[in-house]
Design a protein around this ligand. Structure first.
Ligand SMILES: Cc1cc2nc3c(=O)[nH]c(=O)nc-3n(C[C@H](O)[C@H](O)[C@H](O)COP(=O)(O)O)c2cc1C
Ligand SMILES: [Fe+2]
Ligand SMILES: [Fe+2]
Length: 408
């Protein structure tokens, strides 16, 4: 666990985890950080916690010792979010501290007992409520419901103008050497942006309307520092992550970069050959391609690539009168994530009567995705010259359609 001073009396304690599937399903090739914060006035508060995994709460207590905080004497636990990646340690903490108060939203207060048992003091906070910790440190509370659970809130420390945002403004990616935006190398910034896109698309995109509301709320603060529960601390330019998050909300509405995500699957290579052909055309047109083979590639990467691309190609053969199941699953996942209004082109091989097309329409309708499709190209067995030329025309049309959706 690493300890970083954000301001006098305000510390981040951060641990990075590599070997887990986030939410039990998202691969983390670059890990994820879980950040917890201590604000010390005359009284001491801990904001956001840590996963309650074996050894981690104890590591947190040890680390607190290094900054002269006795965990047994912590007065307040600010639960911005009840999800166990932040509040999972509470059960353990209750064993070592017999006299602390949890501050959380009304909804949060109702969720404590089912998740972590009762026997703790809980004080409900509402928008703008304040706790004076003494020593010049004051915290104010700001509910941000459904970012990402219904009980979520943000906490603001007035003297340092720090907003503790928990999942909001979060990013995947371990924090190893550099913890603040101004410490990061150009390469680290790039990776972190990519990891923020992936985090948003995997975790928050379903709630992007509520994220937009939280962005609006964020803009009302006099802000110096944004301190999220995952990812780096933004202190040199907190506006940057706000603008990035605004952009991500647009990605969820169908806008995207001048890039194409090809989500494809193939049993015997018939559809795959057409994917190779499509990739060559897109390369010639100077468009970056994300080639995602289902089920071989990670679902996390699939969702992220589609999310940020202005153009999507779905390449799937027919399988038992329907879509090839791994691609159908991918499309269904994108629908659940409410990644809507994308510009899309589909092609694929069939053996006798086809059927993929019908299921495609069903899934898109089922999730009300409002994807804008160019006429699909289906070919029997291998794609012939005429099929390839139809695919080429489809791609040219896709590039045209993408123009109205481009953002950087
Ligand atoms: C398990 C399986 C089920 C299939 N089901 C159908 C089907 O219901 N309708 C159809 O037209 N073709 C069906 N096919 C044929 C494939 O769509 C065809 O072989 C196609 O060329 C596969 O493309 P690929 O090599 O890209 O996977 C099926 C093939 C397999 C292996
Ligand atoms: Fe969460
Ligand atoms: Fe989280």
């Amino acid at each position: 666990m690493n300890i970083k001073e954000i301001n006098k009396g305000i510390h981040m304690l951060s641990t990075s985890i590599d070997e887990m599937l986030f939410e039990g399903m998202w691969e983390l090739p670059h890990g994820v950080s879980i950040n917890s914060f201590i604000v010390k006035g005359e009284k001491t508060a801990i904001i956001d916690g840590i996963i309650g995994w074996d050894g981690l709460p104890e590591t947190l207590y040890e680390s607190l010792g290094k900054i002269d905080i006795n965990p047994e004497k912590i007065d307040y636990v600010i639960v911005n979010h009840m999800e166990p990646d932040h509040a999972g340690w509470l059960e353990n903490f209750k064993k070592i501290n017999k006299d602390f108060t949890i501050l959380t939203t009304l909804k949060g207060s109702q969720m404590i007992e089912p998740f972590y048992g009762n026997s703790v003091n809980v004080q409900v906070v509402k928008e703008g409520d304040t706790i004076d910790l003494g020593g010049g440190k004051t915290l104010t509370f700001h509910p941000a419901p459904n970012v990402h659970w219904p009980e979520t809130m943000m906490t603001y420390e007035t003297s340092s103008k720090t907003l503790f945002t928990c999942d909001m403004f979060g990013a995947f990616g371990s924090l190893k050497d550099h913890y603040f935006d101004d410490e990061m190398t150009e390469e680290e910034v790039k990776l972190s942006e990519n990891e923020a896109e992936r985090y948003f698309s995997n975790v928050l995109t379903t709630f992007s309307m509520m994220v937009e509301k939280a962005i609006k709320k964020t803009k009302e603060f006099d802000l110096k520092v944004i301190a999220p529960g995952h990812g780096p601390i933004y202190r040199s330019n907190p506006q940057k992550i706000i603008e990035d998050y605004e952009k991500y909300c647009q990605f969820a509405k169908g806008y995207g970069k001048n890039e194409v995500a090809i989500v494809w699957g193939s049993m015997y290579g018939m559809t795959q050959k057409a994917v190779v052909f499509a990739t060559e055309i897109l390369n010639k047109e100077g468009i970056k391609v994300h080639s995602i083979q289902m089920p071989n590639d990670s679902e996390s990467e699939m969702v992220s690539s589609v999310f940020k691309s202005a153009g999507i190609i779905l390449a799937t053969p027919t399988y038992e009168y329907k879509m090839y199941p791994p691609v159908a699953h991918a499309l269904d996942e994108l629908g659940r994530k409410r990644i809507n209004n994308k510009e899309v082109f589909r092609f694929g091989s069939y053996g006798w009567s086809g059927g993929a097309e019908k299921e495609l329409a069903q899934i898109v309708e089922n999730h009300k995705m409002k994807w804008n499709f160019i006429e699909s190209v289906e070919f029997n067995g291998q794609a012939k010259e005429e099929d390839l030329s139809k695919i080429e025309s489809g791609i040219k049309q896709l590039i045209k359609n993408m123009k109205s959706k481009l953002i950087k």
